[in-house]
Design a protein around this ligand. Structure first.
Ligand SMILES: Cc1ncc(COP(=O)(O)OP(=O)(O)O)c(N)n1
Ligand SMILES: Cc1nc(C(=O)O)sc1CCOP(=O)(O)O
Ligand SMILES: [Mg+2]
Length: 205
């Protein structure tokens, strides 16, 4: 499987996104067919320090067992202890050129929300792009204004060979429009973590 295929159904989650056990939710999402997972323990009620590491190790182990890509959000210090496949950063996080020097062989994902961000980013050193928020989201308190599926089409036109995932407000009902617009995959938090039937929602994505 190439990276495009491995990013097809990309669950992003931390314990703060879960109203029940996050390990159980990841197990159900894996049964439904996620291909990638991002450990994003961040924001109000997120775990820190040793507790964050402990949860990360459990989620990492599950992903390894089921051959699901395991990416860490923001926290470069956790990449080695969790033996992550890679790290995802945004425009205000660690510089991607520094990250590439630190992790020559890890997958690096970068968020892009506008043409200005694209112009100011070292796209050539990253492995995939996350574009959004495609739709409105209440999961991320500091999310930017929705960019629509048009932004997916624009990014794909600029970088046809770069793996691209959409993010922000994506659900089983609208995920097809994101893929039709040109994304290789959809990344989802609340539509999966808050679902009554996690497995079924992942199957429908
Ligand atoms: C796949 C993917 N795309 C975008 C983001 C957002 O990253 P960022 O802008 O750094 O925001 P935080 O997630 O750190 O709050 C992402 N995490 N994953
Ligand atoms: C973490 C994150 N990043 C975004 C971006 O636009 O960069 S939107 C977002 C939250 C996505 O959560 P949900 O699937 O619940 O809308
Ligand atoms: Mg970030």
């Amino acid at each position: 499987m190439n990276l495009q295929e491995r990013l097809r159904k990309y669950l992003i989650m931390g314990s703060q996104n879960c109203q029940r056990d996050s390990v159980a939710i990841l197990e159900e999402a894996i049964a439904g067919g996620i291909t990638a997972f991002q450990f994003r323990e961040k924001g109000p009620n997120a775990l820190e320090g040793e507790e964050k590491l402990e949860l990360g190790l459990k989620l990492r182990q599950l992903c390894r067992k089921h051959h699901v890509l395991f990416i860490v959000n923001d926290d470069s210090v956790l990449v080695e202890p969790l033996e992550a496949d890679g790290i995802h950063v945004g425009q205000d996080d660690m510089d991607v050129e520094d990250l590439r020097s630190t992790f020559p062989n890890k997958i690096i994902g970068l968020s892009v929300s506008s043409e200005a961000e694209v112009r100011n980013s070292a796209i050539d050193v990253v492995d995939y792009l996350g574009a959004g928020p495609v739709f409105g989201t209440s999961t991320k308190v500091d999310a930017k204004a929705p960019v629509g599926v048009e932004w997916i089409t624009s990014v794909k036109a600029m970088f046809p060979d770069m793996p691209l995932v959409g993010i922000g407000g994506i659900t089983a009902q609208n995920s097809r429009s994101v893929l039709v617009a040109g994304a290789d995959g959809v990344s989802v938090i609340s539509a999966v973590t808050h679902a009554d039937d996690v497995r079924s929602v992942v199957e429908q994505l």
